[in-house]
Design a binder for this molecule. Structure first.
Ligand code: M6R
Length: 369
């Protein structure tokens, strides 16, 4: 049932191109128009929404953090992202014009369920993004957009994350379509690029040999840091979470702009630092800033592991290890940038002799608060 792979996680990483394609299937027509029939919240209600609040835990929370960039940029609706476990305890401001998006692979996470119940009690509309048909979270929501990742068995979430991202982009694009947006041309281009994104994920998977080798060489390390900016920041958080849960290593993700506000003090000789580099196209200011960050940490002895777009030559002189990912629209980069981090964590866990599919102390779905 592991389809020839040693672990479910490896199988699920390999299934990502299909999971991504399946989640897009039938939701965008030939003319680039989105039809999300399952989102039964009337367009009239969506037009009135004045705030989006995303609630989720763990990896699903990271998908939510990325969704915020897409939703705010394409729709100009303010979007908050909150850990579901914190949400109801701070008395959040919610009403009929709030769209709450609850993201959950299992659909059974108690923290997320309690958050959405609280939101509905306050009159908010709740849309679930979920991978498990008929589970509790979609049943208790006003509407559901299913991710079509297929069953995810490994405790560490991989293909569910990529499909959560796709679902989030679809929600953002759908809101933009319903409400009209000044980014119509950009949105058309993104919709076009989504059609080829599954192929881009496939290309990343084909080039993972050196990432595995690198991971094995780091098996004796205690700490790995991850840096990113913009949508690369949640990718850094996700890379760090994967490493904690699978390799039981101290791993932290930082927004690269925060380095000088404290974390740079952690840099020491030979410390592995993974840097997710934003596209040099688009927000090129960010790209240039992160290249200086890489220079700074390398000057202090860090071993730099740089994840950068094909054709980005500016990073080459400062990368001890360079991992190439295909060029994508800026907001879609997490779909390709996360994959090497999953492979990296999985291989490190194996090298350290850890149980990949069933890490210690963890359960696949956390049904207690
Ligand atoms: O089933 P859910 O998406 O609601 O689960 C949320 C988290 O428990 C989950 O993403 C967890 O962080 C994963 N083990 C991460 O790999």
């Amino acid at each position: 049932e592991k389809g020839g792979y040693d672990y479910f996680m490896l199988k699920e990483i390999a299934e990502q191109p299909k999971a991504v394609a399946d989640t897009l299937l039938g939701r965008i027509d030939g003319s680039g128009t989105l039809s999300l029939d399952e989102v039964r919240i009337p367009d009239g209600v969506l037009r009135e929404v004045d705030k989006v609040v995303i609630v989720a835990c763990g990896t699903a929370f990271h998908a939510g953090l990325i969704a915020k960039y897409a939703i705010e940029h394409w729709t100009r609706i303010p979007c908050e992202v909150e850990l579901a476990s914190e949400f109801r305890y701070r008395d959040p401001i919610l009403d009929q014009q709030t769209l709450v998006v609850a993201i959950s692979q299992s659909g059974e996470t108690m923290d997320t369920l309690m958050a959405l119940r609280h939101a509905r009690e306050q009159g908010a509309h709740v849309l679930a993004i979920c991978n498990t048909n008929g589970s509790t979270i979609p049943r208790e929501s006003d509407a559901v957009l299913y991710t079509h990742a297929g069953p995810e068995i490994a405790v560490a979430s991989t293909k569910a994350f990529l499909t959560q991202l796709i679902a989030c982009y679809l929600v953002a694009l759908y809101l933009a379509q319903v409400r009209g947006t000044k980014w119509a041309d950009e949105i058309r281009a993104v919709v076009r690029d989504l059609a080829s994104i599954s192929g881009a994920v496939e290309r990343v998977l084909e080039t993972m040999g050196p990432v595995r080798e690198l991971a094995r060489s780091l098996a004796g390390k205690n700490t790995v840091l991850f840096l990113g900016r913009h949508v690369g920041y949640p990718v850094a958080l996700e890379g760090a979470l994967k490493l904690k849960e699978l390799a039981y290593m101290h791993a932290e993700g930082f927004a690269a702009g925060e380095l000088k506000h404290g974390p740079i003090a952690l840099i020491e000789q030979d410390l592995p630092v993974v840097v997710v580099v934003p596209s040099p196209r688009g927000r090129s200011v960010l790209h240039d800033k992160i290249v200086s960050n890489i220079q700074e940490i390398r000057a202090r002895g860090a071993r730099t592991i740089v994840i950068a777009e094909e054709g980005d030559e500016a990073v080459v002189p400062y990368a001890d290890h360079l991992v190439r990912i295909p060029a994508t629209p800026v907001l879609l980069q997490p779909l390709v940038a996360t994959v090497p981090l999953q492979v990296f964590a999985c291989e490190l866990a194996t090298a350290r002799g850890n149980e990949v599919d069933q890490p210690r102390n963890l359960a696949k779905s956390v049904t207690v608060e």
